[in-house]
Design a protein around this ligand. Structure first.
Ligand SMILES: *Cc1c(COP(=O)(O)O)cnc(C)c1O
Length: 415
């Protein structure tokens, strides 16, 4: 594989760009479906999907058409005016999700900020928490984005070192995926959430599965317990499904595995059909109506171009059978990965097409393994040195997965 052409771009990036990422040494040029090609025309199967933003596959022809048509008509207006794509998107998303009201932003972090503002206003104006006293409980190991407020309640020092002073009003409890307790009844996680609750608590904000932390999957029943805890204490349960939502775990939303409903839901990533950034906060009117004109906003949030694409992307979730595919092929992929059975693999876990393979640290480094997989034509990304996550586009086929499994098996046996 010749890398000369690619070296030039890699050098340019490190010369002129901030070094806030450490990408694998491959320069990508185009994508189609589950495949990507680099500038030297080498072909790869995508197992990263832009951190689960590419559920529909790269360059979906229907979404390209939608984007072209709408861009020719009207792309950006700001929310100073009404538009048809925005109105119809709101109607579609409320219908599909079952939530009454939507506030659109662009990036995931902005939607999380929106949820925090909504929870605080609800806390002050509905629950009656004294001014500036509202508290939100989050979980250790969380990832909710990169703004200064959001990193304030991160427990990962690489996200927050040197970025203080931090925003007050957040408490952190134990996430369930990290404890070894026998059953939920003795779960230290639920207990630690319970301990953090007081009369000023307005919300609990968690990810149903922690992605960035290494695909940490809580015990069955954990979310239900959190739901009960929130209901009995008059606290909002807000779920960050920016990555787990829209079919990634084999259900439309990850919370549906537990038959609960949160009070607030945060979406992003795949919402834009792998084309444009768009994110949303969803809730009841009771919560959302605490926003009034002037209290929150975004120049690009809810623009006609992004909302047109997002509406079509929502339809395609069903037309392209993405949710069911994620469920069926996710189970298949996980069982195949489990059956590799090698001493370098410590654990395989996940739901739908969102799987983490934890490696034994003493045997191999996850980034090295990603480099080996890259040489076999498989794009994967490590997280926290020991976990490789597999998150292919949800439109991937069984044949493509079988090919990937063969390559993964080969690489693991060669270590
Ligand atoms: C990616 C992600 C975010 C942040 O989204 P951005 O678009 O990068 O701001 C927040 N929460 C979760 C769970 C995510 O996976």
């Amino acid at each position: 594989m010749s890398l000369s052409f690619q070296d030039e771009y890699i050098k340019k990036e490190s010369l002129h760009g901030a070094q806030n990422y450490s990408p694998l040494s491959v320069v990508l040029e185009r994508g189609e479906g589950a495949y990507l090609w680099d500038v030297d025309d080498n072909k790869y199967l995508d197992m990263v999907s832009a951190y689960s933003a590419v559920s529909h596959g790269h360059s979906h022809p229907e979404l390209i058409k939608t984007i072209q048509d709408q861009a020719q008509k009207l792309a950006i207006t700001s929310r100073a005016f009404y538009t048809e794509p925005f109105a119809n998107f709101l109607e579609s998303l409320t219908k599909v999700s079952g939530f009454e009201s939507v506030l659109t932003m662009n990036t995931g972090a902005e939607a999380v900020e929106t949820a925090i503002k909504a929870a605080r206003r609800w806390g002050y104006f509905t629950k009656g928490i004294p001014e500036n006293k509202a508290e939100i409980i989050v979980a250790d190991g969380n990832f909710h984005g990169r703004t200064t407020t959001i990193v304030s309640f991160s427990t990962d020092s690489s996200y927050k070192d040197g970025f203080g002073p931090f925003t007050p009003g957040f408490e952190s409890a134990n996430y369930c995926g990290s404890c070894d307790c026998e059953s939920l009844n003795s779960c230290i996680s639920i207990e630690s959430f319970e301990r953090k609750i007081n009369k000023n608590t307005c919300a609990i904000l968690v990810e149903p599965i922690q992605g960035e932390a290494g695909i940490r999957v809580p015990k069955d029943g954990w979310l239900l317990k959190l739901r009960e805890l929130c209901t009995s204490n008059n606290i909002l349960l807000i779920l960050d499904e920016i990555q787990s939502g829209l079919g990634r775990t084999g259900k439309l939303f990850a919370y549906q595995h537990e038959n609960i409903k949160p009070d607030g839901l945060i979406l992003g990533k795949a919402l834009g059909g792998a084309m444009l950034p768009i994110s949303a906060f969803l809730s009841s009117k009771e919560v959302m109506d605490h926003f009034n004109a002037g209290s929150h906003g975004s120049t690009f949030g809810g623009n006609p171009l992004a909302t047109k694409v997002a509406s079509r992307a929502l339809e395609l979730l069903y037309e392209d059978n993405l949710i069911e595919n994620s469920h069926i092929l996710g189970d298949y992929f996980k069982s195949k990965l489990k059956s590799i059975d090698n001493k370098i693999i410590k654990d395989v876990r996940g739901k739908g097409l969102w799987i983490g393979m934890e490696l034994n640290e003493s045997e191999v480094n996850a980034k090295d393994l990603c480099l080996m997989l890259l040489n076999e034509g498989l794009l994967c990304k490590e997280t926290h040195k020991t976990v490789i996550r597999f998150a292919p586009p949800l439109m991937i086929t069984k044949e493509q997965l079988d090919w990937a499994i063969k390559k993964i098996t080969k690489v693991i046996r060669s270590v």
